[in-house]
Design a binder for this molecule. Structure first.
Ligand SMILES: Cc1ncc(COP(=O)(O)O)c(C=O)c1O
Length: 429
């Protein structure tokens, strides 16, 4: 595959951008590759600077559930551009997006728009601390909640990919307020809450983990978090930045029937533009300034173009049959990949939850971050490179999920399975 233009662009980028990228995992370092530079994208396909075409399972790391350049999203953006690009003052579109989020999430009565998932999680933790008057945060190893100081402890996603243990630049005086436990370890949570429950401001969790690869919550895990947070008066935060509107319209909380106190959003609600949000019931959200005294603000928060893209996206995914169709495609891909691995006699586990899919190079079920780290990362690196060579664009890390979009048709799924068969067969040899 000719990657000359990408290689030249990367050399230029390295001179002016740290590592040549504006977000670490894009660099493909952990799989021993260099990034491809994108020229444009359409539907479920992306085209690089050398004219190569790929079937895309990154989907901008989750937002592109409709595929790229969906006509309704493009039209909605075009319409709002006639009005302006940013006002720094309220506009009708902010209310509409808030209403769409609230309609889909019964635990959310009020929502505040921000610009990223990082901001959403950071602000939700601040609110939880203010509402409880406590400092300590419980999170789980391998979960990623963005890069705010408090939450960058034992984190997943790029932090895991690069093998960074702690977080240089974060004072110990801040990090020591964050306690990280193994995901799915019900006993560890019980023990910690018994010892320190009255000091815990919040428990923040990815209700389906997607930043250490795809890891499902064990039976009773989320229920225990709910029960213990209620018992000790701590705030339960579901970080649904990735899972919200992805695993189901109402996110993981609708799938598992658990109502958190606060929910973080991002990715899909911005339809490919920079948006995050956090929400909860009226009482807790009333602490936020200017209604209350917990300060949180943003020059571009509720940006018209971002709101327009988010509204168009949520209006599309509300349509009947949307999630059923996505589920069918995701299932087809999961079965196809599992069969391909089996045929090649490569130990692998594949699972999907809605349109998130995880493939681990291990014959054991992955329940937490330690299990994920024990997978064969070298096999993954070879798999990544082989898939890319065969026109399939997946995340360059074992610790990320695949995202299937409405634009993926059966032909794309089947082409992906065929590519996996070739690559896994090569891996075996
Ligand atoms: C669960 C979760 N929370 C928070 C974030 C941070 O979002 P952003 O990258 O928009 O800051 C991410 C990003 O991948 C995420 O997956």
């Amino acid at each position: 595959m000719n990657l000359t233009n990408s290689e030249n662009l990367f050399q230029r980028a390295l001179k002016v951008i740290p590592g040549g990228v504006n977000s670490p995992v894009r660099a493909c370092k952990s799989v021993g590759a260099d990034p491809i530079f994108i020229d444009h994208a359409e539907g479920c396909e992306i085209f690089d600077a050398d004219g190569n075409r790929f079937i895309d399972y990154i989907g901008s790391w989750g937002p592109m559930i409709l595929g790229h350049r969906h006509p309704a999203v493009i039209e909605s953006i075009a319409q709002v551009l006639k009005r302006g690009t940013s006002f720094g003052a309220p506009l009708d579109l902010e209310i509409r997006l808030a209403e769409l989020v609230i309609d889909a999430f019964p635990s959310v009565e009020m929502v505040r728009m921000v610009n990223s998932g990082t901001e959403a999680a950071m602000s939700a933790v601040r609110l939880a601390r203010a509402a409880t008057g406590r400092s300590v945060v419980i999170k789980f190893d391998g979960c990623y909640h963005g890069h705010a100081d408090t939450l960058l402890v034992a984190a997943g996603s790029g932090v895991a990919t690069l093998g960074i243990p702690g977080s240089p630049g974060i004072p110990e005086s801040i990090a020591h307020h964050t306690l990280s436990l193994p995901y799915n370890d019900i006993d560890a949570v019980k023990q910690l809450m018994t010892e320190k429950g009255d000091k815990i401001a919040c428990i923040i969790v990815e209700p389906v983990a997607g930043n250490m690869g795809l890891v499902a919550p064990a039976k009773g895990f989320l229920e225990t978090l709910k029960e213990l947070s209620e018992k000790y008066g701590s705030i339960l935060i579901f970080d649904e930045v990735m899972t919200g509107f992805r695993v189901a319209l109402g996110g993981a909380q609708s799938l598992y029937g658990i109502s958190p106190d606060l929910t973080c959003f991002g990715k899909i609600i911005g339809g490919g533009l920079p948006v995050g949000a956090y929400g909860g019931n009226r009482t807790i959200m009333s602490h936020i300034a200017p209604q209350g005294s917990v300060y949180q603000a943003g020059t571009l928060s509720g940006n018209p173009i971002a709101m327009a893209a988010g509204i168009a996206t949520l209006e599309q995914i509300k349509k009947d049959g949307f999630y059923e169709s996505l589920e069918e495609k995701s299932q087809r891909l999961a079965i196809g990949l599992a069969n391909a691995a089996k045929k090649a006699q490569i130990p692998a586990t594949v699972r999907h939850i809605g349109s998130m899919l995880g493939l681990f190079f291990s014959d054991r079920e992955v329940k937490n971050f330690d299990d994920a780290k024990a997978c064969d990362l070298q096999d993954f690196a070879k798999f990544y490179k082989g898939m890319r060579e065969n026109g399939i664009y997946i995340a360059p890390s074992q610790f990320e999920a695949f995202f299937i979009s409405a634009a993926h048709e059966t032909q794309h799924i089947d082409a992906t399975i065929r590519a996996a068969e070739i690559v896994l067969e090569e891996l075996r040899q």
